[in-house]
Ligand binder design. Structure first.
Ligand code: BG6
Length: 514
């Protein structure tokens, strides 16, 4: 394992660090993409940094027949491609010895009984009595897995703790999310339930609270007296590669990204300072934001504030791409949106009158998630006659969630020279420059937190339900109203439909170019 000093994140105040406990991590859906691309590489990277608790064991649970060796080989191949810190064969050999495979369908009672026998035996052989069940299967099996765990009494451990991590999507609307919450809470107590939203594990998302509450000068201006509007953009050049269309066409941009990741980012931007940094302290404040989102009056109101669109054929990065409806596993007559833009109002004291514009789309020109805070103009009394002042934007604080993680502040400066000419300039903080090392992947932090029993960066039951309550109004207007708002179009490789531009233009704004 590498030396401790190499990791700058270790230098943080150790009293604020979580202490993950050793456990047996059982991954349901172990042959899936998430396990191969995210979970195992995250564990490997933690091992490389020496951050994995000693004695951690991993059991992959899935339907396909495989030996332990075959399972590890498949994981190794992917780890070589995606590991953040590269792949070291010796380290992999050492790390992968802790990984085994358990074959069963998700509905077979015997498969869970034999899993219990296996975990009990591992415990007798010295493995930790703590058990972390990570449910990363296809969502239609979430209920079955939870109920079977209970039936097999795998939700109890005589000598340690039992926790469940539940992947997204957490339901497809409020009713299904409430049902899933009931099933989860029949098997695991809320304090032992960890609903994943991987955006919360991103370093830059975690830094939003630090930016706001550990610096004096941002927070004092963080309200409707000084802020004109906020924009949140999440752009992806990817379309429906790798058979993703099957899932996505049933979901769409609103459910796939807005209900969870983007509303979480909005909550972090809009929340009040929490009473403390406990999981409930933070989540109480985020829930208040979700509850303050202004409800839509009717389908017409939704049409005025929300734009949905699908991409048509176009060029991304020099490559021709087909339109959404011609993608693999997508219904040719699909009415699922690959892009959504919203104007959200928050009805509370701090944000009264400040629009939050949000957009996310597939097949946009480049990958990038950023939040920009647009400040009101300074009083226009002294430099209003200066050259360039009239067309210049006010101050903009940009939080780059990914890539090129960092924060920049756009402001006006006098251009050197005899004339009173103003020019926009930028102060820039970059993670790479300041910390000299790539940030840990979101899943690294989230896995450690679940092992440490810290649910701060996981969604609580009421957060998920309130987010669905908001999103359901839009879905209902689109799919149940007699006169649904129209589906706009944008060519693949463009920044979205003109209707999304008009959404801002009517308020006198433009989308910020990433
Ligand atoms: C997932 C969505 O939750 O997040 C995907 O289902 C999306 O559609 C992905 O591509 C984006 O994650 P990231 O971390 O790459 O921004």
């Amino acid at each position: 394992m590498r030396e401790m000093e190499e990791n700058p994140f270790r230098e943080a105040d150790l009293s604020l660090r979580n202490h993950p406990e050793s456990c047996v991590l059982v991954i349901f859906g172990a042959t899936g993409d998430l396990t191969h691309r995210k979970l195992i590489p995250a564990l490997y990277n933690l091992a490389a940094d020496g951050d994995l608790p000693a004695g951690l064991r991993v059991v992959g649970f899935a339907r396909r027949e495989k030996s332990d060796e075959e399972f590890r080989e498949g994981l190794k191949e992917l780890n070589k491609q995606v590991s953040r810190q590269g792949h070291d064969d010796d380290l992999w050999e050492q790390f992968s010895q802790s990984i085994t495979y358990h074959q069963s369908t998700f509905t077979d009672e015997d498969g869970y009984a034999s899993l219990k026998v296996r975990l009990d035996e591992m415990e007798k052989d010295g493995a930790s009595p703590n058990r972390l069940f990570y449910i990363a299967s296809a969502p239609e099996f979430f209920d079955d897995i939870l109920l079977q765990l209970k039936k097999a009494k795998l939700n109890e451990s005589a000598h340690g703790w039992c926790r469940a991590v539940v992947e997204k999507p957490f339901g497809t609307d409020l009713a299904t999310a409430q049902h899933l919450n009931e099933v989860v809470n029949e098997t695991f107590e809320e304090k032992d339930t960890y609903r994943i939203d991987h955006y919360l594990g991103k370093e830059t998302a975690q830094n939003i609270m630090v930016l706001r509450f550990a610096n004096q000068f941002f927070e004092v201006l963080w309200n409707n007296r000084f802020i004109d509007h906020v924009q949140i953009t999440c752009a992806e050049p990817l379309g429906m590669e790798g058979g993703r269309g099957g899932y996505y066409d049933k979901s769409g941009a609103l459910r796939d990204m807005v209900q969870n990741h983007l509303l979480q980012l909005l909550s972090l931007i809009a929340m009040e300072p929490p009473a403390d940094l406990s999981a409930d302290g933070v989540r109480d404040e985020k829930v208040k934001v979700m509850k303050s989102l202004r409800a839509f009056k009717d389908a017409e109101d939704v049409a005025k504030s929300v734009v949905r669109a699908q991409y048509t054929a176009g060029t991304v990065d020099g490559e021709e791409k087909v339109g959404y409806r011609r993608e693999d596993r997508v219904n040719p007559g699909s009415m699922t949106e690959s892009y959504v833009a919203l104007k959200i109002m928050i009805d509370n004291w701090r944000w009264e009158g400040v629009p939050f514009y949000m957009r996310m789309g597939k097949r946009l020109p480049k990958k990038g998630t950023e939040i920009s805070i647009h400040y009101k103009q300074a009083p226009n009394v002294l430099f209003n006659a200066a050259v360039g002042a009239e067309a210049m934007p006010g101050n903009v604080l940009v939080i780059r969630i990914q890539p090129n993680e960092g924060i920049s502040l756009g402001m006006r400066s006098k251009r050197p020279g005899p004339a009173a000419t103003l020019q926009p300039v930028k102060m820039d903080f970059r993670y790479q420059t300041s910390f000299g090392k790539s940030s840990p992947e979101a899943y690294e932090r989230l896995l450690l937190d679940a092992m440490a029993g810290d649910a701060t960066l996981f969604a609580r039951k009421d957060e998920v339900e309130n987010a669905w309550r908001y999103v359901d109004q839009i879905e209902d207007a689109w799919h149940k109203s007699p006169s649904p708002p129209k589906m706009a179009e944008y060519p693949a490789g463009s920044w979205g439909p003109k209707e999304a531009d008009e959404l801002l233009e009517q308020d006198g704004h433009d989308w910020r170019r990433l």
